[in-house]
Design a protein around this ligand. Structure first.
Ligand code: GLC
Ligand code: GLC
Length: 811
């Protein structure tokens, strides 16, 4: 069942009922200022950091889903309704929400009044704009009232929910004309305030939530709206809000438009006050002055659309498969940009008050957005590397505002260092910019011990070389990619952190997954060494890689698939010898991606085992059989009920690894089958089962052991976005950036047909035509570059050209 449809021409998903199975959200904002907005106008806004600079409140764990947002109420006689349906939930005569790229539109109609909202954050300004157009569709005159509503958060979203003894006394606002200023804590250490304004003379305002709603009413029954009159109260403490009242008369057929602006303003320390107690509003007025008319709004909206159209045009496919076209050209790239901006901080599942930026997550996200915004990818790499320790290990997380390592969860996740090589290699393959390797980068943000980025990569590599266990496989530390495989922790008491309990690194527990990563990214490291002319270091690295391959072949192979790990007693994890958790997805994907087993047939065996043991119609599960009880020696993984999360859920992030691995052995049919299973557009029809947004990936889909098999959770902020884009663009469609130039080597289903890709690469636009006359799954027979035959798969890079046409014919 569907709850809407894709409108590809407008790059929108159109939701046709407010009663989606879960709130279906979108993101507004490209830099610094962001909002989450659901299909019923729920959500919240923040500046830079969702925890420390939260502008509007959201309610977690509330009794109803999705409470609080940026709402507009319309009072038309005795009927009170919202164009986005929430919070009054008054049945609408018609409803539509269009989530677009960086904007959302809502149209509600009730009793002949149409209210159309368009909302977005303009490029370059810290403000969210909403245009509200009210139209009288009937034959009689309408006298209605429009009320806006936001509830301020007292900036630190964490403290805001807990510290009532203080917070209920500190709320402060000012109101001048049509602008409401939220200035809580501005009197002391803050140099910022928020504004909510409308470009028309108002008929009243409210800044006290109790006055607006009444102490015992929810936002669905606000007293003042029912009365049809705001009381112009200046809040003092308690719960400050912002609401404007506009009385609107509409002749039949007439429309009126208002532009609302919700903004963030910072003042210099010595320029905070206009006079004692009165905030300096100069910058706020300048900001608001830019968006006073509908024409200002429309122009900024055009700019936003141009920005996104340009970004998304960097990779464009035309094939006969509409799902692939839509996901590649629009939604998958868009989700990659959102994960770049948000990391894992703010979604409807990530509260914005929890984790910082993950070291490994941010490195992997890079794989998905580096072709879109290479400059910012460069900055991101330097930020991440700056939190590395001198021995090559890394803080597991860092804070986006300070960019410093965050000791909450410490370090000792032994896959982390290698992801830095992965991200840097992707950046250089994309851009050719080797200057980054010579950049001086601190350790733990201490510039006095800075070295080149290249040296950081060496230390990443050597961290693994120097931390091996009894089978010469990498020690796992607190966990590897699978945060929940905690082989050294032995946590026995509720409330303890599964990862941080116990020693950070045991001398025994090893990870075959990290071994696979070491082979893959160790080779990429060696390639970078060669590129920089250090052949001796490249040879040393490759010799280490060979040793690792031998260790995997000797002790990482279980007969039909790769072993997952060795625990602290040196017992196998993910082996037929185990009673539960006999086979895991991660080492099958990673080892084959690294090329291990490709020549001796083990790769085929491993992937066949995946298909036989882990596959479901909704995707490939992380492990089988699920753990049915808590295993002290394995940690958090066995804490989840069977079928959920890391305990045999379908963890979407590593499904593309299996798909990529299939392309490494040339099985395009199977690679694509795996791609399709979790691909949002392909499963739009089962939205009532899948439940999260049908236009983006979720972190997890419940596995076969779960009660709600097929149900997704944790949409939007997941490494799945980057990895599926890498999979489809670089491996299935086969346009892969190498250090020398773009390579063309598709691995598609036999029936996929011919297709064309436009790819902007290092400033050159490549128009690539791929022909598959014999319906093969892999292999390019000839490559014509601007009409000339080229040997091999790589288009030699020539920066003097603006466009290059390529014709690749498969065998
Ligand atoms: C979450 C984490 C990621 C981890 C994965 C598997 O998605 O953000 O870092 O690799 O879970 O545990
Ligand atoms: C990862 C896992 C999650 C776990 C978290 C911290 O994000 O997906 O299940 O709770 O790591 O351990």
């Amino acid at each position: 069942m569907k709850y809407g449809f894709f409108d590809d021409n407008n790059k929108e998903y159109v939701i046709t009922t407010p009663k989606t199975p879960l709130p279906w959200i979108n993101y507004l904002g490209c830099t610094d200022f962001f909002s989450l907005i659901s299909n019923t106008c729920g959500g919240y806004t923040f500046y830079k950091d969702a925890k420390l600079l939260r502008m509007t409140r959201y309610r977690y764990n509330d009794t109803t889903l999705d409470t609080n947002g940026k709402y507009f109420y319309i009072k038309d006689g005795d009927t009170i309704w919202n164009p986005g349906w929430q919070p009054t939930k008054t049945p609408l005569d018609s409803y539509e929400c269009r989530h677009g790229i960086g904007y959302s539109k809502f149209t509600g109609v009730k009793n002949d009044v149409e209210a159309a909202l368009v909302t977005f954050v303009p490029i370059g300004d810290p403000v969210e704009l909403t245009k509200v157009t009210l139209t009288n569709k009937g034959t009689a005159k309408k006298d209605i009232q429009l009320f806006s509503y936001v509830e301020w958060c007292l900036w630190n979203a964490d403290d805001d929910m807990k510290n009532y003894q203080r917070n209920l006394s500190i709320g402060e606002v000012e109101v001048v004309d049509s602008t409401i200023y939220h200035k809580t804590e501005y009197r002391e250490r803050r140099n910022h305030y928020a504004v909510y304004s409308v470009n028309a003379k108002i008929d009243g305002f409210e800044t006290s939530r109790d006055e607006f709603r009444g102490a015992y009413n929810g936002p669905d029954k606000p007293d003042a709206v029912i009365e049809g009159k705001l009381h112009n109260t200046i809040a003092s403490g308690w719960y400050p809000i912002a609401s404007h009242q506009l009385n609107v008369s509409l002749a039949p057929g007439e429309s009126k438009t208002f532009v609302f602006a919700l903004g963030y303003v910072e003042n210099a320390e010595d320029d905070k006050w206009e006079k004692p107690g009165i905030i300096n509003k100069k910058k706020a007025n300048e900001l608001l002055a830019k968006y006073q008319t509908e024409a200002d709004f429309d122009e900024a909206f055009e700019k936003l659309n141009a920005y996104w159209n340009d970004l998304l045009s960097k990779f464009h496919i035309e094939s006969k498969d509409e799902h692939v076209n839509r996901m590649v050209n629009i939604w998958n790239q868009y989700q990659c940009m959102v994960t770049f901006n948000m990391s894992r901080s703010a979604s409807y599942y990530e509260t914005g008050i929890g984790r910082g930026m993950g070291f490994r997550d941010s490195c992997q996200d890079l794989l998905g957005f580096v072709h879109l915004i290479p400059d910012r990818a460069r900055e991101r790499i330097i930020d991440i590397a700056s939190t590395q320790f001198q021995d090559g290990s890394a803080y597991h997380q860092y804070q986006p505002l300070t960019k410093k390592g965050n000791s909450d969860i410490g370090s000792g996740f032994n896959d982390d260092p290698l992801w830095l090589i992965a991200g840097t290699s992707a950046y250089i393959r994309e851009t050719g910019d080797t200057s980054i390797l010579k950049e001086m980068v601190p350790y733990d943000n201490d510039m006095s011990v800075a070295t080149t980025l290249m040296e950081h990569l060496k230390r990443s590599f050597d961290y693994i070389v120097n931390h091996k266990g009894p089978h010469d496989l990498p020690l796992i530390g607190r966990a590897d990619w699978n945060d929940c495989l905690n082989l050294n922790c032995f946590s026995e008491h509720p409330g303890e952190s599964f990862q941080c309990f116990g020693p950070s690194e045991g001398p025994v527990a090893e990870s075959v997954f990290i071994a696979g990563m070491f082979v893959k990214y160790g080779r990429e490291y060696a390639d970078l060494c060669k590129l920089m002319g250090d052949n001796a270091e490249a040879d040393r690295a490759l010799a280490e890689v060979d040793k690792m391959i031998k260790a995997i072949e000797k002790d990482g192979w279980d007969g039909e698939w790769f072993v997952r790990a060795y625990d602290a007693y040196s017992h196998k994890v993910g082996s037929k010898e185990c009673d539960e958790g006999q086979i895991y997805i991660e080492p099958q994907g990673m080892c084959v991606m690294a090329g291990v087993g490709v020549d001796d047939g083990n790769a085929v065996k491993a992937l066949d085992s995946v298909k036989e043991k882990l596959d479901t119609k909704y995707g490939v599960m992380i492990l089988q059989p699920a753990y049915t009880r808590y295993h002290l020696e394995l940690g958090e993984i066995s804490s989840y009920p069977p079928g959920y999360k890391e305990n045999a859920g379908i963890f979407c992030h590593n499904n593309p690894w299996i798909s990529i691995a299939e392309t490494c052995i040339g099985r395009g049919d199977r690679a694509f089958e795996v791609y399709k299973k979790t691909c949002p557009s392909y499963i739009e029809d089962i939205s009532e089962i899948h439940r999260t947004e049908p236009y983006v990936y979720s972190q997890m889909v419940a596995g076969a052991d779960a009660k709600f098999h097929g149900e997704a959770k944790n949409s939007w902020l997941t490494g799945t976005a980057a990895w599926t884009f890498t999979n489809i663009s670089q491996y299935i469609l086969g346009i892969y950036p190498t250090l020398e130039g773009l390579s063309v080597n598709p691995c598609t289903p036999a029936e996929f047909g011919d297709f064309n890709v436009t790819r902007v690469y290092r400033g050159v636009t490549y128009n690539i035509e791929i022909k598959n006359p014999n319906k093969v799954q892999k292999g390019v027979a000839s490559l014509l570059v601007d009409g000339k035959e080229v040997e091999g798969n790589i288009i030699p890079f020539d920066g003097s050209k603006k466009t290059v046409s390529v014709v690749a014919t498969m065998k």
